[in-house]
Design a protein around this ligand. Structure first.
Ligand code: IMP
Length: 182
């Protein structure tokens, strides 16, 4: 049976199934719970792609006194490759000075967005800052940045679904798909 999806003329094949995703999200959540229990963390979710991962992750972490904030950055302007120019589109509404912060991101590709966010947040002097990502593509790195928590380490494929998009489309897909063209 052909379970592939075509979006914007590109064909995507099933890559990670919901059961695998649930298992790895639960693993990352238990690592974060172990490290942050009793530390009253602030989770900073990076819009838009991380919203699905964040919802599942935070329910699995299960620390009820945590807080959730959102930021938005952009580096893609349509299509499947980064512009290399990272812009902050939306910032924090509360101070994080002295707080234990966990950034929740969908994917670390070149690492440019991660580095920019970390620089912006470190300027606000948090007590600690960790980075959790659903997907990590080390072979695409232009920065050498390694996230503290990663649900999956993957080759440099373009990914769709479970919050990740192509030109704003496909975020609703419950499984993760990879582009055939790489
Ligand atoms: P980086 O700055 O190159 O690490 O890319 C970070 C951002 O690019 C992510 O937050 C995503 O929004 C987007 N991105 C990178 N790779 C993919 C992908 O495979 N699918 C969808 N979006 C991606």
């Amino acid at each position: 049976m052909d379970n592939s999806i075509v979006l914007n003329g590109l064909r995507f094949q099933p890559y990670l199934r919901r059961e695998q995703i649930d298992k790895q999200v639960a693993r990352v959540a238990s690592e974060i719970r172990r490290d942050f229990e009793g530390k009253n963390p602030v989770f900073i979710v990076v819009l838009t792609g991380a919203y699905v991962f964040a919802a599942d992750l935070l329910r699995n972490v299960g620390i009820n006194e945590n807080q959730v904030e959102f930021v938005r950055y952009s580096s893609y302007e349509g299509g499947t490759s980064t512009t290399g120019c990272v812009k902050q589109l939306m910032g924090l509404r509360q101070e994080i000075k002295g707080r234990n912060v966990v950034i929740v991101e969908d994917i670390v590709d070149t690492g440019l967005t991660a580095e920019r966010m970390i620089a912006d947040l470190m300027a606000q002097e948090p007590a600690s800052l960790k980075f959790a990502t659903l997907l990590y593509k080390p072979e695409s790195s232009r920065t050498g940045y390694t996230p503290d928590y990663a649900a999956f380490t993957i080759p440099p494929k373009f990914i769709l679904g479970y919050g990740l998009d192509l030109d704003g489309k496909g975020r609703n897909l419950p499984d993760i798909y990879a582009c055939e063209e790489g």
